[in-house]
Design a protein around this ligand. Structure first.
Ligand code: HEM
Length: 480
């Protein structure tokens, strides 16, 4: 049985609540050879680590500030830390956390994830930034209401680990700054779609989750050592309790190229202008309109009020479509949100439950808005995209499964009538057969027509699997 109820004081704040942020800085680091100095300095970082309880308070402060209609934002910052297997090993923490993907690291997984790289005859070499091709021991990420707030926090961290001095105990290998997009695009990813709508709510933590489907997941789907963890409770090292595996992906988005594809391939339905047909195609690829309104509830026309309404915008199950197994009239089987969370589809078809395959997503955008030149030439000149973060208790059920077994598989969600829905148009990829990037179902009037994608619009350039320990584990086991 699980030891005790979930205590929000013990769990790092990003996992269950999400650190509130307008901006977020990720510092990827290696630990110096003076491991004992690092572990002793870590005792000074632990009090700065933001707990879930703190995030709940911060969210209240933000809500009160909004209500007061005072100008500006409340000054809020957050800090979390996570370690890779190579980082734990470097510190001498060699107990078996029982997750094969974590232990091997993401670089070893890049080929299986479908990332591009040399394949024919030579060793696979993913097209990643150099920092992620070398061991990354850990990541400290700092969030805040503005860059100045985060910079103050970054300086504190640098002081603790003597960054810049000859006896520094961490060496920064990469720093990435993510920023929420400006104004009306706030909350929207770079292709323009509202993101961060659908995350599972967690039993024993989320007391009043918005209506969504399926119902809540057991805490062990996200937190190690809790009921619902695929590794029997009690069999992982005790210090892993209430930690979570953090999958980080450095995903570049080719926005002008994506937009050009939509422009050139509008869905042609009676009464739709080419522009509307292009917007409709975008919605068919994602499974939601840019406003966030799900196709399953708004199949033909965007409904911005629905998109913005958290009481309604996640309350659907694909039941309207799946009563007729050959129909993808409302939402294509290959659409990004259907591929990555098929809700009731598998239950209806095979009685299978997808609860164990849910992940909590906490990403942030990076890179500038499109320039006029990029719009005109329809070609990306500046790096931009998503700093993808997901939490799960078992990588093989979570991120790895969603990417490899769902998004990248042309047959996934296939059924009589449509045996090959195709790849997830947003993140589905193949490094062995680029021609696999196609789908059926983009045009509701011609549901078996194939649509070929000329290129990938999401390009992975690195990442790592980390473990985000509980605060007691940081304090009592990792710091010393
Ligand atoms: C949902 C975009 C990468 C898994 C969404 C949504 C958007 C989106 C617009 C709908 C909003 C919502 O339901 O919260 C993107 C973009 C990506 C990306 C632009 C890359 C740059 C990924 C990756 C995964 C993933 C790598 C996992 C392998 C999910 C899941 C959902 C989702 C699980 C929620 C589906 C649901 O519950 O209905 N994404 N995503 N996404 N995405 Fe992604």
């Amino acid at each position: 049985a699980t030891p005790s109820p979930i205590d929000p004081q013990n769990i790092q704040g990003d996992i269950l609540s999400g650190l509130p942020k307008k901006t977020e800085t990720y510092i990827f680091f290696q630990i110096s050879d003076d491991v004992s100095a690092f572990r002793s300095q870590l005792t000074h970082l632990v009090p700065l680590v933001t707990s879930t309880a703190q995030v709940l308070k911060d969210r209240d402060a933000i809500a009160n500030h909004k209500q007061s209609k005072k100008p500006g934002l409340v000054e809020i910052s957050g800090l979390n830390i996570a370690f890779s297997q190579s980082g734990l090993t470097k510190m001498g923490l060699t107990d078996d956390v029982q997750d094969a993907g974590f232990k091997a690291g993401m670089l070893a997984d890049a080929q299986a994830l479908g990332d591009a790289g040399t394949t024919a005859n030579s060793k696979f070499d993913p097209n990643w930034v150099p920092a992620f091709k070398n061991p990354v021991h850990g990541v400290i990420f700092l969030s805040g209401d503005c860059h100045a707030t985060v910079s103050k926090r970054v300086r504190q961290v640098e002081q603790i680990f003597k960054v810049g001095a000859h006896d520094a105990t961490i060496h920064e290998v990469l720093r990435i700054v993510g920023d929420v997009r400006p104004d009306k695009e706030s909350g929207h990813e770079h292709f323009g779609f509202l993101d961060g709508i659908s995350n599972p709510s967690v039993q024993g933590f989320d007391s009043a989750p918005p209506p969504g489907a399926p119902a809540q997941v057991q805490p062990g789907v996200i937190l190690l050592g809790r009921d619902g963890d695929s590794v029997p409770v009690g069999s992982r090292p005790s210090w892993t309790l209430d930690g979570s595996f953090l999958a980080f992906r450095y995903l570049f988005q080719l926005v002008p190229e994506f937009n050009e594809f939509l422009e050139k391939n509008p869905v042609q339905l009676p009464g739709l202008t080419p522009k509307e047909g292009s917007e409709f195609l975008g919605a068919r690829l994602v499974g939601r309109w840019k406003s966030g309104a799900p196709l399953d509830l708004a199949p033909l026309k965007d409904d911005p009020a629905l998109g913005a309404d958290s009481q309604r915008n996640n309350s659907f199950n694909y039941t309207a479509d799946s009563t007729d197994f050959t129909s993808q009239t409302r939402c294509p089987f290959a659409a990004h949100v259907r591929k990555t969370n098929p809700r009731n589809d598998l239950k209806q078809a095979f009685g299978a439950d997808v609860a164990k395959n849910r992940i909590i997503r906490r990403g942030v955008q990076f890179g500038p808005e499109l320039t006029e030149l990029e719009k005109k030439e329809k070609k990306t000149q500046n790096g931009r995209g998503l700093l993808f973060v997901s939490y799960q208790s078992t990588l093989a059920n979570g991120f790895q499964f969603l990417q490899k077994s769902w998004a990248n598989q042309e047959t996934f969600l296939g059924r009589a009538g449509v045996t090959k829905p195709g790849l997830d148009p947003i993140i589905g990829q193949s490094n062995t057969d680029p021609t696999l990037r196609e789908m059926v179902g983009s045009d509701p009037d011609h549901p078996t027509n194939q649509l070929k994608f000329p290129q990938e619009w999401v390009v992975p350039r690195g990442g790592e699997y980390f473990f985000s320990p509980s605060i007691p584990a940081l304090r009592d086991t990792i710091a010393e």
